[in-house]
Design a protein around this ligand. Sequence first.
Ligand code: TRP
Length: 334
Amino acid sequence: MNQDNNKKRILTGDRPTGPLHLGHFVGSIESRVKFQDEYDLFYLIADVQALTDNHDNPEKVRSNVLQVAQDNLACGLDPNKSTIFIQSMIPEIAELTVYFMNLVSLNEVLRNPTVKTEIKEKNFGDSTPFGFVAYPVSQAADILVAKSNLVPVGKDQAPMIELSRVIARRFNTTYNSEIFPEPEAHFGVEKNLVGTDGDAKMSKSKGNTINLNDDEQTVIDKVKRMYTDPNRLKATDPGVIEGNPVFIYHDMFNDNKDEVNDLKERYKTGNVGDVEVKDKLALAINKFLDPIRERRKEFPIEKVEEIVMDGTKRTQEIAKETMQMVKQAMKIDY
Ligand code: TRP
């Protein structure tokens, strides 16, 4: 086992609200898998956070907990190197959240750009759950309960990690301790991956994803419906490459660079139809997904469950240690 206590730690996670997609892959999964050799990596299944905007739909969260773990395992997260755990099974995270709330002002969380955007997107009206607004604080507790040094996430999560750094610093200063490291963010790609509809972000709620567990035909169908250059009506019209979702995906998922360059050249000069560009893209994405499909077979759901329970046990021990130190520093260690 590679899980040794001298290595620097990583904590990263997903909300279990649906199967993970290509945006998750390039945004965070890819770097997780790379980092797991060098770091002691914790992968959190954020079921408590998922409930902050799905409290009335617990079945949706429950049914995706093992699914997101399996998606990560299929992508190469190695249970012999990494620790996978369920957030709700670590009550210390909830406890730590309560203490951290005193270190952050209400305005700080209300001003958090990620929270602001999400509140708008989710159309809460004037019923935004209190728990939802507080989730950045609980995310800091996720990260800091494991004393993580590094957090690989998508770009949209930058303000979350920044707040975790602030909280770590304030805790250490206020309680005159050195318990928490200031975690650093690591971004997989510069920007979020665009959706198949050209929206700035691939996201399940927008229905513009290609999922890691999509079968071949589903990928073909989704690529067929993808947005391209809206001003290009015929194959003989010169087209625009920049910002064109089909070419953004070609650049990311097609390993045949000569083919991509040839398609781009012909697209710009009006010498290729959308059908050819998309057929080749669907092939490339399916080729990219094939090894993930193969590896998924090695992790049937019963095996995933065993792995997750093992990882949760290890995390529970670490969380208890952290909490002991926290309570001592806060003078509540009765
Ligand atoms: N907020 C993250 C997302 O929506 C999921 C998450 C929860 C997370 N806790 C975390 C990510 C801790 C990194 C570290 O994708």
